[in-house]
Design a protein around this ligand. Structure first.
Ligand code: ZN
Ligand code: ZN
Length: 245
């Protein structure tokens, strides 16, 4: 298997260790066709890139892209309301919109604040609250996919559980891919299996690299799909014919 593209990598613009140029060099060394700089949307607490910096980030990515590896200006956006609103910043449109649920966001509106911070803590104590939380986050994510052009839903099922089988069917209909996140695979493995079994959804491998040397490291994903018999053709960003790793 040879990785063709890694759409989900971080740099010092959020909480990664390398620069855009470092990530690009790592991608080029692997012969990637495309490499995504996918920083966190502005509403992620602590690590989100503030709204005013996004035009600068877009420019930095555009200036760096010259070589054979196409550099993509992506975003890892947050779902900030129960209606599926995203924290897409002003400025140039990203090449790809990646969307993920993260527990630490500054959401929009009272209902979303209550869900993220009230219901989530109550759900540790009460199964009824757990079910309500599960339904609320499932619907919020599904609405985000239905309302926006979402290219990839990243790490589905990681930290905030959702009905991944339902999400996957909506994604399949919309042409949105689900990520097999090689950084957080253990936690999300049952969700990926459900999605693969219950829908026709396609997948991408993502390294979610926070260091340049983690870019394109899809071995965990490769072993996972082989072990559970997920057809290789459903993962769109690798070449299974070529021996790489
Ligand atoms: Zn994430
Ligand atoms: Zn990430």
């Amino acid at each position: 298997m040879r990785p063709l593209a890694d759409y989900h990598t971080h740099t010092r613009w959020s909480h990664g260790k390398g620069t855009i140029a470092d990530n690009l060099r790592a991608g080029e060394a692997l012969g990637l066709e495309a490499l995504g700089i996918a920083e966190h949307g502005p509403r992620l607490l602590l690590w989100g890139v503030p709204r005013r910096r996004w035009p600068l980030l877009a420019q930095a990515v555009r200036t760096a892209s010259q070589g054979p590896t196409r550099l993509l200006f992506n975003i890892e956006a947050n779902v900030i309301s129960l209606a599926g609103d995203l924290d897409l910043p002003p400025g140039p449109s990203p090449d790809m919109v990646l969307v993920g649920l993260h527990p630490q966001v500054a959401p929009q509106g009272l209902a979303a604040w209550w869900t993220y911070y009230g219901l989530r803590w109550l759900s540790l104590l009460s199964p009824a609250c757990r079910h309500r939380l599960y339904d609320a986050f499932t619907l919020a994510l599904v609405r985000a996919v239905e309302r926006h052009r979402v290219d990839v839903v990243v790490h589905p099922g990681y930290r905030l559980p959702v009905d991944t089988a339902y999400l996957a069917r909506v994604c399949a209909r919309r042409g949105t891919r689900l990520e097999i996140n090689c950084r957080h695979l253990e936690a999300a493995a049952p969700d990926i299996l459900r999605a693969a079994r219950d829908s026709e959804v396609e997948f991408v491998f993502g390294s979610d690299a926070h260091r340049p040397e983690e870019i394109g490291r899809f071995e965990k994903g490769r072993d996972f799909v082989r072990r559970w018999g997920i057809e290789g053709e459903r993962i769109i960003n690798v070449d299974w014919q070529e021996k790489g790793s």
